[in-house]
Ligand binder design. Structure first.
Ligand code: F3S
Length: 284
């Protein structure tokens, strides 16, 4: 049997744990609860929660006075919070404290007169929330996803502040900040990548260089899982990103002795366990 090394940081981060536990409690307590979009980017968990009476909302128009809605760990723009209040619904705020910190830093930068560059994925719910907080205080800024994007959109400003989506790639963040620093007069940087993300990325970097094959588990729509897979693949081309055990291909395991496994922040332990058991079976 091959040696399988599972990263200590694989699986739910504390922010996702809080959100999922709060959703389960809300389903039990109120008999029915909604989330503003999939609670996490993991189909299996979303299906599990449906069985616990927690449903993904397709439109805010679905809500009636007295309904319960849980705000996901990604957070929302302030105008969405206001809308929910106006609708008279019961709001459970499961915004991750690390995401709230980004909101605070953006507001601080605007108050201090900085133009804001957000290192993140355009259209990601967390980034939509961050932009909402920027707008709320009358700030101006842009979102950049990669170096080409940064160079193309680079603003003609002298005073620039930087924050990151909490699950961004540390290396891209550092490269982007280096570029910005050499092109503006005044720069203020808040590295808002959360600890759970930094630790997970560091562990994958180490593990990828120690094994013959890397398996990264998590939703294909999960940005943080995709970034883990990219980091791993850059160091070990024998890297595969899968959502569940059935996707494992026996061909991958031929002549392989050491296998590394990690998973995104939205991957539950039971899926990691199933994948590991299947790898054990395939390498018997
Ligand atoms: Fe929060 Fe970081 Fe998880 S921002 S939700 S602890 S990945």
């Amino acid at each position: 049997m091959a040696n399988i090394k599972i990263a200590d940081s694989a699986g739910f981060c504390f922010g996702v744990k809080i959100a999922v536990d709060s959703a389960i409690d809300a389903g039990k307590k109120y008999g029915k609860a909604y989330t503003n979009g999939p609670i996490i980017h993991n189909k299996q968990v979303v299906q599990f929660l449906e069985g616990m009476n927690v449903k993904e909302l397709s439109s805010y128009d679905e809500l009636k006075k007295g309904d319960t809605i849980l705000i996901r760990s990604h957070g929302v723009p302030p105008k969405t919070e206001r809308k929910l209040k106006e609708l008279g619904v019961n709001v459970i705020d499961a915004t991750c404290p690390f995401v709230k910190k980004v909101h605070d830093k953006v507001r601080q930068l605007v108050e201090e007169g900085y133009y804001v560059i957000i290192i993140g994925e355009e259209g990601h719910p967390e980034v939509i929330g961050i932009l909402g907080h920027l707008e709320e205080v009358g700030g101006k800024g842009i979102v950049v996803e990669n170096m080409d994007d940064l160079i193309r959109k680079f603003p003609k400003r002298n005073k620039v502040g930087v924050v990151a989506q909490t699950t961004q790639n540390e290396e891209f963040f550092e490269e982007a900040v280096g570029y910005i620093a050499s092109n503006v007069e005044e720069l203020k940087v808040f590295n808002t990548i959360c600890d759970a993300t930094s630790v997970r990325q560091e562990e994958v970097k180490k593990l990828a260089t120690e094994v013959d094959l890397m398996i990264i588990i998590g939703g294909k729509h999960s940005g943080n899982t995709r970034r883990l897979a990219q980091i791993s693949k850059a160091l070990n081309p024998n890297t595969y990103h899968i959502e569940k055990a059935e996707e494992l291909n026996p061909e991958w395991f031929k002549n392989v002795e050491n296998i590394g496994v990690s998973a995104g922040a939205s991957t539950p332990d039971w899926i990691i366990k199933e994948v590991v058991e299947k790898i054990q079976e395939l390498t018997k």
